[in-house]
Write a protein that binds this ligand. Structure first.
Ligand SMILES: *Cc1c(COP(=O)(O)O)cnc(C)c1O
Length: 396
């Protein structure tokens, strides 16, 4: 990277993760971008101020720090533009507010992240938008659910907690034929393992809180649009005044530098644990798209280039009234896994999944669903910890 040589256009994903975003030559050669804290930006004279005729005009509209992250995400997503918002949930609600109006209808996948459903069932409903939930495996069959006023189809693959896959290309084709915008929550795969815009999606959504942050300490969301939808998304971002903070943007860009190698380790360890669980007598099913036994595995294999480190398994639960006690016994016996929400950080986490919100993808009947985020610890230690949990659950 010197003044003479352009960055190779065919660079691989880890090369891009290492260099995308800021250009060190633009700030005295320092490798990382400056953290610019800003509301006011000064103009050199009244005419420039009147026309806002300079690159930066006000803190809510971007700084060199937030730009560095947005440029990096655009490069990874292949998008025309990216906005930063203060959480992954805001990365869902802001585009919904950008593309929906009173009288519109939206189709939302039933295996959706629960707070997305909550937003749809409360605030969107109050604003006059009607919502229907659809089966993640519906594919082109989604056509039967499209109404004349359907303006948005929201996808998330794999689904939250139960990891159902979706035929993103088939759904996008139908939605576009009917003039609806397609959004996708791509948090699980990250742009390293799936590129939504290359599969027909218009708006790619990420909780960068997860793998891009990687350290369980930063909240941030990104929303990336194709050229056709970028202006409307950017306009909504500015109208709502919901923007990402510079320190957080800096940390997310820092996280991207190592995200590729972290994901490789998450993927490898998670698959080892998933395969091991699948062999056990006390486990009914393992919900992991990279396992050939998983319904939707073929879609994953066709479209995704890898799997991240979070999946669930269904414990053989005995009678339904014992499911919760078994799940709690499992969780309380763990020594390495933390009990906590969110994922994508360096440490292993476990949670008993509640699926009471589902309308179509109902909870498995065989027993409690336990979700594991497999961290960067030694896999032998992780496996021993899960074994401790299973041992305790077997005594309930
Ligand atoms: C965690 C998560 C979010 C929300 O991210 P926050 O930063 O915690 O608000 C959105 N979508 C999915 C799929 C998630 O897992």
């Amino acid at each position: 990277m010197n003044d003479k040589n352009p960055f190779p256009a065919d660079a691989g994903i880890n090369t891009r993760l290492a260099h995308a975003g800021n250009d060190p030559r633009e700030f005295h050669g320092f490798v990382n971008p400056p953290v610019v804290h800003a509301s006011t930006v000064l103009f050199p004279n009244a005419a420039t101020m009147e026309k806002r005729a300079q690159k930066y005009t006000y803190g809510t509209r971007g700084t060199p720090t937030t730009d560095a992250l947005c440029v990096a995400i655009d490069e990874l997503e292949g998008s025309a533009g990216t906005i930063l918002v203060p959480s992954g949930l805001a990365a869902v609600t802001v585009p919904f507010l950008a593309f929906l109006a009173a009288g519109d209808h939206a189709l939302i996948v039933d295996s959706v992240y629960f707070p997305t459903r909550h937003f749809c069932d409360t605030m969107l409903k109050r604003l006059g938008v009607s919502v229907d939930y659809y089966d993640p495996m519906i594919g082109a069959g989604i056509e039967a659910l499209i109404r004349p006023n359907t303006k948005l189809v929201h996808t998330e693959a794999p689904g939250s907690n139960t990891f159902e896959m979706q035929d993103i290309r088939a759904i996008s084709e139908v939605a576009h034929r009917h003039g609806a915008v397609v959004t996708m929550d791509n948090t699980w795969a990250t742009p390293v393992y799936f590129k939504p815009l290359a599969h027909g999606v218009d708006i790619s959504i990420h909780a960068s809180t997860k793998y891009p942050s990687g350290h369980s300490d930063i909240l941030m969301g990104t929303v990336s649009a194709n050229a056709q939808h970028w202006e409307q998304l950017k306009e909504a971002n500015i109208t709502l005044g919901i923007c990402g903070a510079p320190d957080d943007a800096y940390q997310i860009l820092r996280g991207l530098r190592t995200m590729g190698v972290r994901l490789e380790r998450h993927q490898e360890s998670a698959l080892k644990i998933a395969q091991w669980l699948e062999q056990r007598e006390d486990v009914a099913r393992v919900l992991h798209p990279a396992l050939p036994s998983f319904p939707g595995h073929e879609l994953w294999k066709r479209d995704f280039t890898g799997a991240s480190g979070i999946f669930s398994f269904v414990l053989k639960g005995g009678s339904p009234e014992r499911h919760k006690a078994k799940a709690h016994a499992f969780l309380d016996a763990l020594a390495i896994f933390g009990l906590g929400y969110s994922w994508g950080g360096f440490e292993s986490l476990a949670v008993h999944v509640g699926l009471g919100d589902r309308k179509i993808c109902k909870a498995p009947a065989e027993g409690p669903v336990l979700r594991l985020q497999i961290g960067l610890e030694d896999v032998a230690d992780i496996r021993a910890d899960v074994e401790r949990g299973l041992e305790a659950a077997s005594k309930v």
